[in-house]
Design a protein around this ligand. Structure first.
Ligand code: 0O2
Length: 213
């Protein structure tokens, strides 16, 4: 059995590469004068402490093994944030069309939100990493969500740490209400999407014209 360092190394590479690729997509939209469906991209390799917690939760032995790699599908995690709900399906289709990864599973927590109120579109992909020992295929979880969904999930995630997953009833209800409010915000923004995008094009042209070259 190798070390945790050896085990995690291809995941680190996968996250770095995927972040560059999705950020590249955003730049390509910008360069072609089309509004990007991607607002920003983040990525992380799951910290060992979280791998430990999750393996315990799932009843998997905590060791760098093939079993852990296949059962824990989010050791490599990428998050793609979009301005509008409709952008999410655009991004999903762009990912499905790619030749450099294989989509192995999709979970639509937007149509079917979690009982907590969580909304996001998840794609599990198999991604080949080239190493000096040859090609290693790792799984990565790509979460695609709007800025409002991300705001809610970040807050709820930190609250989860505080309450260790067991929220007092009132907090739970308020978080569910907040999730609905975030979804309403997304709906409202979608209904004035063309107005917003026109304003953004106008604003970025204005910024470019006032920036010293
Ligand atoms: P972190 O710190 O983001 O890595 P299971 O975890 O077994 O219930 P599964 O299939 O492993 O289910 O994953 P699932 O439910 O698709 O969710 C995986 C990730 O989605 C989570 O990773 C979170 O990032 C996010 N997520 C899912 N549900 C919620 C939720 O109710 N609230 C928030 N804030 N995020 C959620 P981790 O490992 O939990 O956390």
């Amino acid at each position: 059995m190798g070390t945790w360092g050896d085990f995690l190394s291809p995941y680190i590479q996968a996250v770095d590469e995927l972040k560059i690729k999705f950020k590249g997509m955003r730049s390509q939209f910008g360069a072609s004068g089309t509004t990007s469906p991607i607002e920003f991209v983040t990525g992380r390799v799951k910290p060992l402490a979280s791998i430990y917690d999750k393996s315990l939760e799932k009843g998997i032995t905590f060791e760098p093994s093939k079993k852990l790699a296949s059962d824990l599908q989010d050791i490599a995690g990428i998050r793609i944030m979009c301005q509008f709900v409709d952008d999410i399906s655009t991004v999903v289709n762009l990912i499905r069309q790619r030749d450099d990864l294989k989509v192995v599973e999709e979970i639509d927590y937007i149509t079917f939100s979690k009982p907590s109120g969580y909304r996001s579109y998840h794609m599990i992909v198999a991604y080949p990493v080239e190493t000096i020992q040859g090609k290693i295929e790792v799984l990565a979880e790509i979460q695609i969500r709007t800025l409002a969904m991300n705001f809610w999930a970040s807050i709820e995630h930190s609250m989860n740490y505080k309450y260790k997953g067991v929220f007092p009833e009132e907090i739970k209800n308020r978080l569910q209400n907040a999730a609905e409010a975030a979804f309403k915000l997304d709906e409202e923004m979608s209904s004035i999407r063309s107005e917003i995008q026109e304003a953004q094009v106008y604003f970025s042209e204005f910024k470019d014209s006032t920036n010293p070259k």
